[in-house]
Ligand binder design. Sequence first.
Ligand SMILES: Cc1ncc(COP(=O)(O)O)c(C=O)c1O
Length: 290
Amino acid sequence: MKGYVVSINGRFTTAAKAQVSVFDHGFLFGDSVYEVVRTVNGRLFAAGPHLRRLQASAGAIGLKLPHSAAWFERHMRAMHKKKPRTESYLRVIVTRGVGLLDLHPESCPKPNVIGIAKALPTWADEHYAHGCKIVLAGIRRNLKQATDPAVKSGNYLNNVLALMEARRENAAEALMINAQGFLTECTTSNIFLVKGGEVKTPGLDQGLLEGVTRGFILGVCRDLKLPVQECALTPDDLYAADEVFITSTTRDVMPVARIGNHRVKLTPGRLTLRIANAYHDVLHNPANLT
Ligand SMILES: Cc1ncc(COP(=O)(O)O)c(C=O)c1O
């Protein structure tokens, strides 16, 4: 575990010594929420939207965050400072805390806050130059009426299984459909397609995480005066698309070249490149850095 910076309840420790009880309900039941913020030029990018989402995720599972957004922001900055000088991937996890071996959280008096930082991962240049491969996973995205995918929780088993499907086919990501057969999102990224000059992405009502990058990309499209729609999309829409790309905090905008054995018409497409370039400006805009 070299290269990781770890903190438990605000106190820094070494990766080797970091310990959380086996009775933490985050470990036992996936009863936790988390966020990931990246740095750009050593400053936090979009900490505000990420910490608002952390608050919303915690609220959705009835978990009271033990610290303010300002505390989390300060702590993430401290995590970054502890690292060798690279851009950071900063994860904060808030678990339900230690309690009885019993589902109900009433026995957990105090959430645990865990910080883990590492160098921001880099993806293969080839994925940006020629597009990556994704697969349409057999595993479905869970219902909004179950563990709502809008909640960034420690329950990622569907995503884990979908990513295992992707890796078996040598693909970078797996796209999940919902129970009704509509596209939702990939295991750790949101999906966009371009058809006839129009940009489309699955609507939040399909059951997906409201990606912070997704939100910026919708804004970028509006600024570029590109028609953009959040709507219900099927696998057929995806196969008929001119361009496809995925977005996330660590990937930015990554073109998709293949969906299983299907080749996307243009990779990277003209609009994908325009959007990626405009997002690069958003990433470096001082207004988004703290
Ligand atoms: C399920 C899921 N969807 C989408 C995303 C992309 O979200 P963001 O742009 O906020 O990183 C993530 C990020 O980890 C994710 O886990």
